[in-house]
Design a protein around this ligand. Structure first.
Ligand SMILES: *Cc1c(COP(=O)(O)O)cnc(C)c1O
Length: 214
């Protein structure tokens, strides 16, 4: 039986309790996004900046837009005026650009550091050691227009649940080790295929696309 978009969102929200749901709307039409909006949902995730900017122009202004994909430095300026949360900061240089664009827009931009936890080389992110270096660097401490809320990561795309759990646990441990000192609140991990495992491992925010629009 086919379920509506609203029913799918409701079902996932029931399963995840206090965890925040970001509806990943990449490749979806404006009509489909409007349908999600009409269900009362306000957090949308996009991984391509051009598409994100185009959709932001067309849709209601109280949507919270999440940039979840790899972010190029020359694209930051397009989202700086409105972005709610950037999930994919993977270098100090990129963060420097975000801070500069935030200054130009007279705002503070919230972000997550993306950590590389998967086996696949294709996935982006910092190693735990690189994270440690950045958060204790003078450059980072001097940035006043960016605020780190926590971490994001993507597990290996595999049926091996033990492997996915091990990767999520690694991320969760890294989050817990730093959250008090860094005042972090947000651990973004879990997608359509693995959000239940992510929930078991302490996720506070999941990013789900295909399971909602199927
Ligand atoms: C596409 C995407 C998702 C959602 O994936 P689904 O499997 O469709 O739920 C989550 N996070 C990122 C970074 C993505 O690019």
């Amino acid at each position: 039986m086919l379920h509506s978009i609203c029913e799918n969102i409701k079902q996932i929200e029931q399963e995840i309790g206090n965890i925040q749901l970001v509806v990943v709307s990449k490749y979806r039409s404006l009509d489909e996004l409007q349908e999600v909006y009409n269900c009362g949902h306000r957090s949308f995730g996009e991984n391509r900046i051009q598409e994100l900017v185009q959709k932001e122009k067309e849709l209601p202004k109280n949507i919270k837009w999440h940039a979840i994909g790899h972010l190029q430095r020359n694209k930051v300026k397009y989202i700086a005026p409105f972005i709610h949360l950037i999930h994919s900061i993977d270098s100090l240089k990129l963060l420097q650009v975000v801070n500069n664009e935030a200054i130009k827009n007279n705002r503070v931009i919230n972000f997550l550091f993306q950590i590389h936890i998967a086996e696949e080389d294709s996935k982006f992110g910092l190693t735990p050691i690189e994270l440690d270096e950045i958060i204790h660097s003078d450059e980072f401490l001097a940035m006043k227009n960016v605020r780190c809320l926590g971490l994001m990561g993507m597990a290996t795309f595999t049926d091996n649940t033990e492997q996915v759990k091990a990767e999520f646990s690694l991320l969760s441990n890294l989050f817990n080790q730093n959250k008090t000192a860094q005042q972090w609140s947000t651990l973004s991990m879990g997608m359509s295929g693995d959000y239940k495992l992510a929930q078991e491992c302490g996720s506070t925010m999941i990013r789900v696309g295909s399971k909602i629009f199927q």
